[in-house]
Design a protein around this ligand. Structure first.
Ligand SMILES: [Zn+2]
Length: 133
């Protein structure tokens, strides 16, 4: 996680590319202090969870109907950056299109995904995704 100094405090830039301090960005969602207010915020926080290998949050933010039993990565994956392309909400459903860059086994790659989300009881959940590329 990138670090920067503000006054005499050492802050951490959130991996989700918001440019915000982690503590006021995705941290409240990952720690369960607050629900993500919309699908875009949830998607960003899930990306941050992947960068931290926070399996509990990845599971919890995945809709029970589509959640895999175990979220495993074959090889350690280094997440390099996130760019949210679009966010469209229609009532209790939403889509978020994004590109995430990563490195696996020394090889760089990019994942372009159009993710679907649903809101139930005030909590947004990741449902599934398609790959436009
Ligand atoms: Zn964040």
């Amino acid at each position: 996680m990138a670090k920067y100094k503000s006054g005499n405090k050492l802050l951490l830039v959130c991996p989700c590319d918001s440019g915000l301090d982690f503590l006021v960005c995705c941290s409240p969602f990952l720690s369960g202090l607050a629900p993500a207010p919309d699908a875009r915020a949830l998607m960003r926080s899930r990306y941050t969870a992947y960068t931290r290998d926070d399996q509990a949050y990845i599971q919890a933010s995945w809709h029970p109907d589509t959640r895999p039993a175990i979220v495993s990565e074959q090889e350690p994956c280094q997440w390099l950056g996130l760019r949210v392309i679009s966010h469209q909400q229609d009532g209790a459903t939403a889509t978020v299109e994004f590109i995430a860059r990563y490195k696996v086994g020394g090889r760089a790659g990019r994942m372009h995904e159009l993710s679907r989300f649903v809101c139930e009881d005030g909590h947004w959940y990741y449902v599934d995704g398609t790959f436009p590329d």
